[in-house]
Design a protein around this ligand. Sequence first.
Ligand SMILES: CC(C)(COP(=O)(O)OP(=O)(O)OC[C@H]1O[C@@H](n2cnc3c(N)ncnc32)[C@H](O)[C@@H]1OP(=O)(O)O)[C@@H](O)C(=O)NCCC(=O)NCCS
Length: 290
Amino acid sequence: MTGNPFSSRADWLNSGDIRPYVFVRPENMIANPGTRHNIDWFKHEPIYKNPLNIEELPFAEAIYQIEWKSFGHQDLAIPRWVFYDCAAMPGFIAGYAGRTKIIPKKILNLLNYSEENEWCPLSLFIIIPTMHKGEWVAYDLCSVNSLLPKEEQFYGLGFLSKAFALWYANVGQCSGMTQWGSPSLKLHSHYGPIEMIGAYAPLHTHAKTMTYRCEVTVNNWEKFFSKEPDLAFLERYGKTDYMIEPNNVESMIRMQERIQNNEGPFFLNAGDIAHKGLRDPLHIYKLKQG
Ligand SMILES: CC(C)(COP(=O)(O)OP(=O)(O)OC[C@H]1O[C@@H](n2cnc3c(N)ncnc32)[C@H](O)[C@@H]1OP(=O)(O)O)[C@@H](O)C(=O)NCCC(=O)NCCS
């Protein structure tokens, strides 16, 4: 896929003053990055940092600030040991960073970050490989946008952080977890057909968590910006009579039972979600027969 469908709303991506970063210990570096998915959005060389190098501590502390401030109110702030043991050691951490001298002072203040550092992190995404070959699990996505008023945001920062990481790390299958009603569902649904493998998760801190699996394809990525319907999805998947209501836990439990009864696989439609309010009921889709 070529071209730059988002230039008018996300021109920050082009300047080179805001670039992707890869925060991965040397042993976990990706061989042949960016060779699986055919898309030419990520033209700037990423900034490399080693999370196990204590000289990179200021950068990591700013990542913590983004994480804690964006997730703190949801009771999901990452403990330091989880970031170290479950992200820096086994996995792949990436995001966008801005040249400290060009980004607004307000952001440096929010992140308690010194102007002496050349690059300041602006977002965070974590994925770890699983025992199931080819499948990765994503468990953290956040951006400074969630701390800024709309007019001061870097449009697409959260979406492009995950897009960059999936592209760079050649991720074929990406699973993850998100809470019903979260704005992140608008992002997660655009990286490929999103199958709901769990509708209710009482084992989690938040039972109203949706668990998904996605075969990553770049076909629908630009529709995140254009908000056009995904016609290829609609050709393949049909609407069922089932719905998930983010305000109704019973609807989640009923879907969970259907999943456990092997009545699926069930999917969500990114085009639907893009045009809905966060608390609106969502239609469930299934593969069309024949
Ligand atoms: C969710 C999150 C990662 C999104 O990243 P972002 O940088 O704010 O979002 P992007 O700029 O990439 O995308 C903007 C789009 O996302 C959606 N969106 C983002 N925040 C939204 C909100 N509060 N309400 C509704 N839609 C929202 C919209 O579709 C928006 O596009 P639109 O304005 O054209 O409708 C970010 O808001 C965040 O860090 N939230 C707190 C942490 C969190 O809950 N993470 C999700 C864990 S699964």
